[in-house]
Write a protein that binds this ligand. Structure first.
Ligand code: DHK
Length: 154
């Protein structure tokens, strides 16, 4: 049987603190809970998941570069780097893979500096404010993108 397409689920700074970090904004789920949710949803969609978190911008850039060869698509919550990182945008544009951007909180109800995303220009879709469910929705959206790409290739 063919291997399931691999999706990188990449998480940026401070997301390792979920569960303890401003629960009113980010909820009580931990990153381990979100990883479990992703693995379950991915299995149902016929996808494999490589789930990672880092507090370092350069490491995120490296992982996006790695995805260029190793992954079929990318789900990314770049945390605060969403609002600052041209380097992550450049890496995502170079990856030429379907990208879905996720944010747990509704960034548009928060400070204005969170309203701008450097990730969005490289994203096929953006999911904000749905909490951990947003990751499951992102995987569903990505599965749809990958199915579409396969149909076109036939
Ligand atoms: C996570 C962060 O760490 C923030 O810096 C973003 C995002 C929002 C989230 O909602 O998942 O502004």
């Amino acid at each position: 049987m063919a291997k399931p397409p691999l999706v990188f689920v990449l998480n940026g700074p401070n997301l390792n603190m979920l569960g303890r970090r401003q629960p009113k904004v980010y909820g009580r789920a931990t990153l381990a809970d979100i990883e479990k949710l992703c693995r379950e949803r991915a299995a149902g969609l016929g996808l494999a998941v490589d789930f990672r978190q880092t507090n370092l911008e350069g490491e995120l850039v490296g992982w996006v570069q790695e995805a260029r060869k190793a992954a079929a698509g990318i789900v990314i919550n770049a945390g605060a780097y969403t609002h600052t990182s041209v380097a992550i945008l450049d890496a995502l544009l170079m990856a030429e893979k379907p990208v879905i951007e996720v944010h747990l909180s509704n960034v548009f109800r928060r400070e204005s500096f969170r309203h701008h995303s450097y990730v969005s220009p490289a994203a096929a879709g953006v999911i904000v404010g749905c909490g951990p469910l947003g990751y499951a929705l992102a995987l569903e959206a990505l599965a749809g993108q990958l199915r579409g790409a396969r149909k076109k290739a036939r």
